[in-house]
Structures are given as C-alpha cells and as structure tokens.
Design a protein around this ligand. Structure first.
Ligand SMILES: NC(=O)c1ccc[n+]([C@@H]2O[C@H](COP(=O)([O-])OP(=O)(O)OC[C@H]3O[C@@H](n4cnc5c(N)ncnc54)[C@H](OP(=O)(O)O)[C@@H]3O)[C@@H](O)[C@H]2O)c1
Length: 286
C-alpha cells in the first residue's frame, strides 16, 4: 500500500505524514512536495509535485493507492486548475482514492468567500472524478492565535471584527489524526465532514488563553470595515482582506457548524484547553 500526501512539508502535511507513519510504517508513505530539498526531515520517500505542473503529478502519483490533496495557497482562481492537475493525474494513474482538505465557510457574503467558493469547486471536481473520495472541511487552526500570544500581550488585547460569533477551532495535529483515518478506512468514502472542535467566542478564547498562559487579555470587537482597513495596512491587500473576511465569517456564524470530527477520527476532538496544554508542552512548536 502506498499513500501519498501533497504539500507534505507544510505544517498540516507534516502532521498527516507523522500520523500515517505511526499507522502504516514509513515505507508506505510518500511525500509529494514542490521543493524536495525542504522535505528531507520527513524521513520518507519524497517526490516532486508543484500544483502548477500536471507532469509533476503524472510521475509523482505512479503506483499510489490513495492521495491526500492539501488545499493550495494561491489566488482562488489559480487554485482550481492547480487542484485539477492533481485530480487528473490521479485518474490517469488509476489512484483508487482521493481525500481533499477543504474549508468551512460560506460561498457568499465575506471577503473570504472567494476562497471558500474555489474550495467548493474542487470538492465538486473531486466528487466527479470517478475515484473513491472523502472531503474534510477544516475549521480555523488555533495555532496562529497561540503563536501570536506575545503580540496580543504587547497590544493588551485580542482585537478583531468577530463580535459574539462562535468559531469551532481545530489544530493541525487534530486534523492530521482525522485525515489519517479518512485515508485508511473505506467506511469514510463518499462523506463530507466538518472537522471542527467546540465552538467558542473570541471572549472565551481570551479567557482560555488567560487561564492557560497566565495573561490578562481582553477581547475588543471592532467594525468589519475598520478591521479590514487595519489588516490591509499591516499585512497587504491579499492577506489583510482574507483575515478580515475570516473574522467577518465568524461574526456571521459561518464557523459555528455541527462537528463530524468524531465520526471521521473515531474519537472526540480534543478540547481547546487540551490543545493549549499540548502546545505549551511542545515548547510552542506544534
Ligand atoms: N484552516 C485554516 O485555518 C487554514 C489556515 C491557513 C491555510 N489553510 C489552508 O490549509 C493548507 C495547509 O496549511 P498548512 O498549515 O500546512 O500551510 P503551510 O505550512 O504554509 O504549508 C503550505 C504548503 O503548501 C505548499 N504549496 C504552496 N504552493 C504550492 C504549489 N504551487 N505546489 C505544491 N505545493 C505548494 C507549500 O510548499 P512550499 O514549502 O514549497 O512553499 C507548503 O508545503 C494551506 O495550503 C491552505 O490552503 C487553512
């Protein structure tokens, strides 16, 4: 059996690779990456695969039984074709099963919606591929907030436009565990799962960080327009707009969805506090 993971050197890819190795052994896991030199730490066979190159994937997917397609990072419109390169190459190579990491969210109504929409198109492409498929819709990773605690402390606040909206955060380690089960067990074929943890507000997030990291943060909600302007000034137009769109989505409730994590993973999602404790134990490097 050969299971391949695309973007395997990324943080999510590395987490899935680690879990797959535990389950099936490293000789059965293949990492496909844009720059092979960045993946030597994975300790597995590495093949080259840039999402822009169908040819790369024609070779990379030879002899593969199941592939995890990790969503790319490019402009939404470019991503659709990039993901199709992987799907088409999987069909050509008679890969049996494809699992896709999609995202929670609405296709209309926020500045993040174009990204959600492009992911929904890839979901459709995956479903129509003729391969066995499983789709995970990932919640927002909590790690960026935890990595940002020092900055929150300097600023004295968590500030965004999420209002009282709840968000079912997850972590890359939780996702790594779930995707491994989704790749290996055929009972998941044909399912689309919301991969989220318990839904919490930003005020609850601040309280939990205060409790676990001994801080004294407050959440201050600002208007969507004002927050978008601030983020664009700090992070540039593309990322600034995306970040503001994500928090606007939380405000609108799009990240407060029923969780299918337990169905996908075969165990409950860890609590936010458990994830924070693990993050601390791993010296902030999860
Ligand atoms: N749920 C969330 O909160 C959230 C947040 C951010 C992103 N995401 C999505 O989740 C995905 C995985 O997240 P992550 O944490 O693993 O991100 P990450 O650590 O930044 O890794 C991104 C990976 O994508 C690879 N990549 C980018 N462009 C590529 C291309 N043209 N061809 C092949 N590989 C390419 C990168 O390769 P290089 O190392 O060569 O650049 C890297 O391996 C992201 O790509 C994004 O779609 C989700």
């Amino acid at each position: 059996m050969k299971i391949a993971v695309t973007a395997a050197n990324g943080k999510l890819g590395s987490s899935v690779v680690k879990e797959l190795i535990k389950e099936i052994g490293k000789e059965h896991v293949i990492g496909i990456v844009r720059s092979p030199e960045k993946a030597s730490h994975l300790g597995i066979e590495v093949r080259k695969g840039d999402y822009n190159s169908r040819e790369d994937f024609n070779s990379a997917l030879m002899g593969i039984d199941a592939v995890l397609l990790i969503s790319g990072m490019d402009d939404p419109q470019k991503r659709i074709q990039q993901h199709r390169n992987v799907i088409e190459a999987a069909k050509q190579n008679e890969v049996r099963k494809i699992v896709y990491t999609s995202i929670i969210g609405d296709e209309e109504g926020t500045a993040f919606s174009p990204i959600v929409k492009s992911n929904r198109q890839t979901e459709k492409d995956v479903k129509e591929s003729g391969l066995k498929w499983v789709i995970g819709r990932n919640g927002i990773y909590i790690e960026p907030d935890l990595e940002y605690i020092d900055t929150y402390v300097k600023e004295g606040e968590i500030r965004n436009c999420a209002g009282d909206g709840k968000c079912g955060y997850t972590s890359r380690n939780e996702l790594g565990f779930a995707y491994t089960q989704m790749l290996l067990q055929d009972k998941h074929n044909g399912q689309t799962y919301n991969l989220v943890g318990e839904p919490i507000t930003q005020t609850q997030l601040a309280e939990l960080i205060n409790q676990e990291f001994n801080t004294n943060l407050k959440f201050n909600s600002v208007a969507v327009d004002e927050y978008e302007k601030e983020r664009k000034a700090e992070l540039g137009d593309f990322i600034g707009t995306v970040i503001a769109g994500i928090y606007n989505g939380i405000r609108k409730g799009v990240n407060d969805v029923p969780s299918d994590f337990e169905k996908a993973a075969g165990r409950p999602h860890k609590s936010t506090v458990q994830i924070m404790k693990a993050f601390k134990e791993n010296n902030y490097t999860q």
